[in-house]
Design a protein around this ligand. Sequence first.
Ligand code: NAD
Length: 396
Amino acid sequence: MIIKPRIKGFLCTTAHPVGCAKDVGQQISHVRAQGVIENGPKRVLIIGASGGYGLASRITAAFGCGAATIGVFFERPAQKNRTASAGWYKTAAFTDLATAEGLYAENINGDAFSAEVKQATIDLIREDLGQIDLVVYSVAAPARQLSDGSVVRSTLKPIGEPFDGVTIDFNTAELRAVSLEPASPEEVADTVKVMGGDDWELWIAALLEAGVLSEGCVTTNYTYLGSEVTWPIYYHGTIGKAKEDLDRAAKALQAPMAGINGKAYVVVMKGLLTLAASAIPGMSVYLSLLFHAMKKAGTHEGCIEQTTRLFSTQLFNQPSFDEAARIRMDDLEMMPDIQAYVKENWDKVNAETLDQLTDFAGYRQAFLEMHGFGFADVDYEAEVDAALDIKLAFGH
Ligand code: NAD
């Protein structure tokens, strides 16, 4: 199959296996260049392991700490004339490269919210690794099936007041107005059920009960606070309520984790383009301005730079906390000069100023690369095998 990007709105419905492998290879090279991470974990479970921050955490754990990894994710294999999802191809590449390095890498493709996937993960840990030293929870999901079979959806809406913002079309670079009515109380509650801390707590309870977490085990969950300009749609919106719930869950997990001398941390990560982030209305303008300011200041980081810095300077090395007991990895994003640039230019972004004030070109490039496109040394005219297999311990 010859595979080209097919972009609709903020979605790209195709992915390129060679480009996805290239992306994983580049992330591994970054981790290798930073050297071995001292005191790192040796057996790591990543829930949400195939994209964005979860995949980067897996790569840092494997190639920075020499860890055995189990990845849980929800990805689509190729079908007939349809490519697999980017996360499928990236996991295939990661598994091959980790295995070639002599590192254990097993995969579970299924719904992390289900009791079945939790049990399959516990069985696999018992069989192969005995116990886990680090559990990274990095799921970003649009919906959750509850134990009674009903499905609740996560929404990205403001609370209390309508939201009027602007979004940038990936294909045409045109700016389009977005207006969203405030969420209903039910939509807020549903978003908290999907993206809040409940499932993280269920995972940790199940893993503790099964005795598969090691003495001193650490668990993390990733949050985002962001800038004042995005608060109306992000931190003060439905997703912000879910993120507040993570702080509650981290507190609630302290006592059960203390039983094994373990810790539960919420970590504030930097705003970056991932599949989950590309769906947030208005985020393209913020991230394009942010990338411009941070690249100019020489402080821009991607997911892999963030997770590698998190592992080497915080998680296993006397972490420092903010007033809400969170680890902050958004320090460079929040620098006053960076935020001042974003705020000053927020209302000035239009079709004429887009290229001059923002790094929309870099943002679009990151979007293409996320799906395995836009790499200069990949031949996109060549026939490729879209039906790559992944070694799966559970799921298909
Ligand atoms: P992503 O879309 O790149 O990755 C999401 C992962 O969740 C994928 O591995 C996907 O397969 C998995 N997943 C989705 N539904 C699942 C299900 N039902 N069962 C099992 N796995 C499932 O997203 P991301 O941006 O890396 O987000 C991960 C976390 O990081 C989220 O909590 C997000 O809010 C947080 N975060 C993101 C940013 C950002 O700017 N992207 C910033 C700070 C924090």
